[in-house]
Design a protein around this ligand. Structure first.
Ligand SMILES: Nc1ncnc2c1ncn2[C@@H]1O[C@H](COP(=O)(O)OP(=O)(O)O)[C@@H](O)[C@H]1O
Ligand SMILES: [Mg+2]
Length: 418
């Protein structure tokens, strides 16, 4: 059974503040009215006493005008009713009683401005109560909303608070920090699961690749031997066979590079030299695809710290991808420049970009969208750069893609930075 919902904090604060406003207004107005009333009653009594003393020395027919001054505080009562007496010199007695209602009515009329101000004060207090209750409970409501979102598995950060009590601001900050930490932890778990999966896959792949590589080499030699003394038609078949064997060999080599990249041999590496080597290696592919390759090396770009062979492989893979991304031709720009975390090497193309839904998977081994692809190029890049303590990032749009690799500078450079 669902428990009936109790009053919300906002309603409680409103009720409390409004009760306080009503109490305060009634107290002020009440005190003012009571005091005024008592004063008027006292004045009426003094007037009565004075009138009585004056009337005692006058004849009844002369007292008329004098007695009229008692109104409206005093009302004459009919003979026989109780009241305070006024006796004239000739023994005539008239009785009067204090008219409290008339005194109060006159007082209210006289104090009408005070009452209006009191009413305005009350309305302002109510407005204030509503505003205060809203502004005090809003951060709590946002917090409750955030917790609800988290419970249903959506990561949300709370918007920054302004002009709220500092405890609530601290609570919001703590909530946001908690969300960040949880998210980081989840990312870390995902990455750990990925690394574990890849490690298992890698060792199987390495074993298979190793087994396949030797028979492939032997097949290649036999093919070359067979080529002698055969008809041109058979030679064509053999050429096709040969190129298929080469392709298999390339895949297997890539697989081995991926699975066993080997321990990097670290040393200072000139970024310009890596770009030049890549340019030379891809020159013919670029020409075939009608692509203009540009190289931009920042002046005095410092050396980086890494394994030159492995880093050449990284740039080669990225550049080949950039070439494949532009079947109709275009430009590919290789850059080397300083970055606050070390040295950056980037490859930019003018292809159609990578769809958002594929971005998460492009670094997975065997993920490819190309019929002739192996899906290992970027996995190798990721692994090598990771082994160097660097990072790879992708910036892609329908106008083109840039892969940026950031690697540590040489220790001499790092010392200089410090
Ligand atoms: N520069 C790029 N532009 C567009 N897509 C790219 C680019 N680089 C990589 N990709 C995508 O990432 C996938 C994986 O790349 P990669 O690991 O090198 O494998 P492969 O090149 O064998 O397909 C590619 O199939 C392609 O879909
Ligand atoms: Mg590739």
């Amino acid at each position: 059974m669902r428990r009936p919902r109790s009053w919300s904090t906002e309603t409680r604060i409103k009720a409390l503040l409004m009760a306080a406003a009503i109490g305060l207004t009634s107290l002020t107005v009440g005190t003012a009215l009571t005091q005024g009333f008592l004063e008027r009653v006292q004045e009426a009594r003094i007037l009565f006493d004075n009138t009585r003393s004056a009337a005692e020395n006058l004849r009844a027919d002369r007292t008329e005008v004098l007695l009229q001054t008692l109104a409206p505080s005093w009302r004459e009562v009919s003979p026989g009713q109780s009241g305070e007496e006024i006796k004239s010199a000739d023994g005539m007695v008239r009785r009067f009683s204090l008219d409290r209602t008339a005194i109060l009515t006159a007082l209210v009329y006289h104090q009408r401005y005070v009452l209006v101000v009191g009413l305005i004060g009350f309305l302002v207090a109510v407005e204030l109560a509503v505003f205060l209750a809203y502004s005090l409970t809003r951060p709590m409501k946002i917090l409750a909303w955030g917790c609800e979102q988290m419970r249903s598995g959506r990561w949300v950060r709370l918007p920054p608070l302004s002009r709220s009590p500092y405890e609530l601001e601290a609570l919001h900050e703590a909530f946001n920090e908690m969300v960040d930490n949880l998210q980081q932890w989840q990312d870390f778990q995902k990455e750990a699961a990925r690394v574990e999966r890849l490690a298992a896959l890698g060792s199987v792949a390495a074993a298979v690749a190793h087994e396949v590589k030797n028979p492939l080499a032997s097949m290649r030699i036999r093919l070359d031997l067979l080529r002698r003394g055969i008809s041109p038609q058979d030679a064509e078949h053999l050429a096709v066979l040969g190129s298929e064997v080469d392709r298999l060999n390339q895949t297997v080599s890539q697989l081995l590079t991926y699975a066993r990249p080997g321990t990097p041999l670290f040393g200072p590496v000139d970024p310009g030299e890596i770009l030049t080597w890549t340019e030379q290696m891809t020159a013919s592919s670029c020409r075939a695809a009608n692509i203009r390759l540009l190289r931009e090396v920042e002046a005095d770009c410092p050396s980086l710290w890494g394994d030159a062979q492995q880093l050449k492989q990284v740039l080669l893979n990225l550049t080949l991808n950039a070439v494949s991304a532009q079947p109709g031709g275009g430009r590919v720009i290789l850059r080397a420049f300083r970055h606050r975390n070390g040295i950056a090497l980037s490859v930019t193309d003018e292809g159609t970009g990578i769809p958002a839904e594929l971005l998460e998977r492009i670094f997975d081994p065997f993920f490819t969208t190309r019929p002739e692809g192996t899906g290992l190029g970027l996995s190798i890049v990721h692994r090598i750069v990771g082994g160097h303590g660097g990072t790879v990032s992708v910036d892609t749009s329908p106008e083109g893609t840039t892969f940026t690799v950031i690697l540590p500078a040489t220790s001499a450079e790092q010392d200089k930075e410090r």
